[in-house]
Design a protein around this ligand. Sequence first.
Ligand SMILES: [Cu+2]
Ligand SMILES: [Zn+2]
Length: 172
Amino acid sequence: MTTTRALLTAALLTKALSAPLSAKDLTVKLADAKGQPVGTAKISDTKGGGVAIKLDVKNLAPGEHALHFHGAAKCEGPAFTTAGGHFNPAMKQHGKDNPMGSHAGDMANFAVGPKGSAKVTITNSAVTLGDGPNSLFTNGGTAMMVHAKGDDYKTDPAGAAGDRIACGVVTK
Ligand SMILES: [Cu+2]
Ligand SMILES: [Zn+2]
C-alpha cells in the first residue's frame, strides 16, 4: 500500500517535471496556392517569452522566402489576401530595419534548398501562444504565410516579399 502510493507519487512528479512549458504546442499545416500540402510548422512557447517555430517544408521554390504571421486566420488560395496584413497589435510599421518597426508578425527569412525543402527553426520574441494582445490566437487567430521572395526587413507594409505562396491557419 505504502509502496504503491510512493510509486504513484514518483510517477506524478516525473510527469510534472517533463511537461512542456506551454499548455500545448501547436502544429500548423501549410498549403500552397492550389491547396496542396507543403509541410508543417510546429510552434511552441519559449522560456524567455516568444515562440519557436520548427518549420519542415517541401515543394517550394529554392531560395530565400519571407515568413510572417498575418492578422486573420484565413488561408483562401490562390492569393491568400483575406489573411490581411501582418499581425500588428502595436500598430507599428514593417521590418526590424525600419525605425518605425516592427510588426509582431515579422520574422527572419528562411532558405529553401535546391530540392525544394527546408528544415529550420525560427524564433519570434514578439508573439505568444498564451493570452494577451500579442497572442497568436487573438481575435480568432492568425495565419502563417510564406512568400515568393525574401523580406528586405524595412519596406512597409510587407517587406517587398512578393506573392503569398503558402499559408496555414493558427488557431486553438
Ligand atoms: Cu507575409
Ligand atoms: Zn511586417
